[in-house]
Design a protein around this ligand. Sequence first.
Ligand SMILES: Cc1cc2nc3c(=O)[nH]c(=O)nc-3n(C[C@H](O)[C@H](O)[C@H](O)COP(=O)(O)OP(=O)(O)OC[C@H]3O[C@@H](n4cnc5c(N)ncnc54)[C@H](O)[C@@H]3O)c2cc1C
Length: 603
Amino acid sequence: MANYMNMDTLKFILHELLEMEKLCTLPRFAEYDKDSFNIILDSTKDFADKEMFPVFREMDEQAAHYKDGGIVVHPSVGKMMRFAGENGSIGITQNYEDGGMQMPHTMGSALSFIAQAANNSMPGYTGLTAGAAGLIVSFGSQELKDKFVPKMFSGEWGGTMCLTEPQAGSSLSDITTTAYPQEDGSYQIKGQKIFISGGDHPYCENFVHLVLARIEGAPKGTKGISLFVVPKNRPTDSGSLESNDVITAGDFQKMGQRGYCTTHLVFGENNNCQGWLVGTEHRGLKYMFQMMNGARIEVGLTATSIATAAYHASLQYAKERPQGRRIQSGGAKNINQEQTTIINHPDVRRMLLLQRAVTEGSLSLLMHASMYQDLAEHGEEAERERYHDLLELLTPIAKTYPSEMGLDSVSNGLQILGGYGFCTDFPLQQYYRDIRISAIYEGTTGIQSMDLLGRKVVMKNGAAMKLLTKEIIECIKAASNYDDLKPYAEELKTASKDLEKTLMHLLQFAMKGENERFIADATIFMQMMSNVVLSWQWLKMATVAKTALVTGNMVYDTAFYENKIHTMRYFFKYELPKNLACKATLIRPESLTIVEENKHIFA
Ligand SMILES: Cc1cc2nc3c(=O)[nH]c(=O)nc-3n(C[C@H](O)[C@H](O)[C@H](O)COP(=O)(O)OP(=O)(O)OC[C@H]3O[C@@H](n4cnc5c(N)ncnc54)[C@H](O)[C@@H]3O)c2cc1C
């Protein structure tokens, strides 16, 4: 049986921890219930088992590549586009009237988690199509919607997000792709975009690129950026397609996610590339943030999924691999005693627990973030701002923690396989290569950390931080009802206060106008805050598990709930204490990285 994720854990988070079905009391989701959610989850798992997981290795070995002006990808990409188009999952969260299924983002994320864990080279093709179509639905004219969205939801046409240019990666204010206004209201587009995921392949008859460009004469910087729909082939009035002068110039060959193409696109080389403005001019980056925020959650999910699949592979190996003897009553040296399987060695168990703590904690955080998005968009009117602010605050963490700690988690999984972990006969090396990109695209860890400290924690005078603290206090209160969880609740209280004190210390630099100093160690602050957020997630899960054990109201066996509490204890013993080191670094007066003070260090 395909073993790359645990449906019970996913359902525990969705139904017992988040009580996702409560969303169905909102008019937006009234047509769904727990059973209908489960049917969709199970059918996606079934498809992933049969069609995605079996080609996971093959897609790596037969990597996407450029050939004769186009991109060759594994034929399974076509199968998945068709499946997603037919079952409606590309438009899963969109309005019924726009051709969507009007399901919660929480469900969209859960389905994505299953698919990404099965084969992370595949779901990006549909995910980006969904995001691109979503931008047109949210901000485009009715004409653009009618022309492009139905074919994207059906999976016949792919979609992409085109931001990056050779000289403009993290800093989008430097993009130079230009849009020249035409008399008919459209624009001629000219420029190059690099690293464009899912930008071309033979299994879609067209690609709809959502392109950031600068209208000729627009102001410099991000305020002069607009958003355009630029198809590879433009639809004519008769319904046929004609070339739109979008040339696929190459495919980047990568260390991981090799089945997922990463294209170099050239727009308007022959001055015949037509684009249509989305919304109003100069507001492109603001619109694109809808897709980018969604994509950040999606990258967090991808990293979580890869690390989860790696955990299951290393767990299976650890259960089967005999090596050495337990250090018990001289057993390690007693060769008359049978070898034990490595899962019985404490150090291997530590590595397995690390993987479980990181992956399940990350999954819980991502599902929380997705639910906050549902409540921000469709919840009670009075509550929307609260959930919006919480989502804004948590998004950089939900992207970064799984990407950074997921890599550590996969590395530990690989370690469990010893020498075999390094060999291509086993999938751990592929998971290790695949997950590495997560900390780079959709805003590097450095950029996410600056966003967290420089914008999110201070926005609205710290309003979002206060909301998060309130959530954490509620969790501490609930956990404190159980004597055996109380010590952990106290530890979280202390860690949360430490975070606050450290933040106050850093804010002094901002107040003095020393902004570079304020932000210089944002990545360490990200680590510290992530550990508090993940501890909150784990304490919440442990409290729900404890309640199930105490009341006997259990969906799964006793061991399932006890394991959740055990993993929470792991997190508090091995991960949360790392915050003491973060705090020491952040409050230490020395500054070692700012140029003026340390001019000579790389001279
Ligand atoms: C496989 C893959 C798929 C991709 N898919 C897409 C896609 O579909 N669409 C798209 O538009 N783009 C895509 N990208 C591009 C991706 O988003 C960029 O690579 C990323 O944003 C980083 O930009 P860069 O590569 O130019 O690195 P740079 O911006 O040059 O960054 C290099 C290093 O400098 C650091 N740095 C940069 N600026 C600062 C700063 N101000 N302060 C502190 N540190 C800084 C960064 O953190 C990083 O460590 C993809 C990239 C890859 C590799």
